[in-house]
Design a protein around this ligand. Sequence first.
Ligand SMILES: CC(C)(COP(=O)(O)OP(=O)(O)OC[C@H]1O[C@@H](n2cnc3c(N)ncnc32)[C@H](O)[C@@H]1OP(=O)(O)O)[C@@H](O)C(=O)NCCC(=O)NCCS
Length: 156
Amino acid sequence: MTDFSIQPAKLEHVDQIVGLIKYWAELGQLLDRSQVEVVDSIRDFKIALSTNGDFVGCSSLHVLGSDVAEVRSLAVDPTWQAKGLGAALVESCIEDAYTYDVDRVFALTYQPGFFEKQGFSLANVMDFPEKVWNECVRCPFFSNCREIAVVLELDN
Ligand SMILES: CC(C)(COP(=O)(O)OP(=O)(O)OC[C@H]1O[C@@H](n2cnc3c(N)ncnc32)[C@H](O)[C@@H]1OP(=O)(O)O)[C@@H](O)C(=O)NCCC(=O)NCCS
């Protein structure tokens, strides 16, 4: 039974998105995102709402180059884990990637096993130079990054 819905994010959801990402960032599971960053990329974001209208998760798909996009800021409310919500949010990102004719979707994650369940394969972060040389180099964790790259080749 589906007891949540996934929708494009609106500016009214920014504080909830920032708060949920911060929750997981403080536990070392996600990269923190400022309010300005989330506002800037609001069109990348999807949100999940429970049937009561409660905000219960988010994800974003960011196009990084002519053939590749990144799933980032995937976060499920801790009381909503293990109900299929993370998988549904990733599926929504993949649908968006098809819409944009993207060839490959990747993520950098501490949960590669979750992404493998969604059909992704382990990859080398250097396969995504757009990410490494434009963004990772500015990340405070660059020299000590433990995130694992995963990729899904789309069947366009
Ligand atoms: C990782 C996360 C998104 C998973 O979301 P979720 O809603 O709990 O996961 P789902 O219920 O959709 O799980 C789907 C499948 O993946 C499996 N799975 C979930 N988390 C997993 C993990 N950490 N490792 C391996 N498999 C996992 C589930 O068992 C399920 O398997 P099934 O299809 O055989 O039943 C969620 O726990 C979360 O927000 N974690 C913190 C932030 C984070 O790590 N984000 C990802 C980084 S980009």
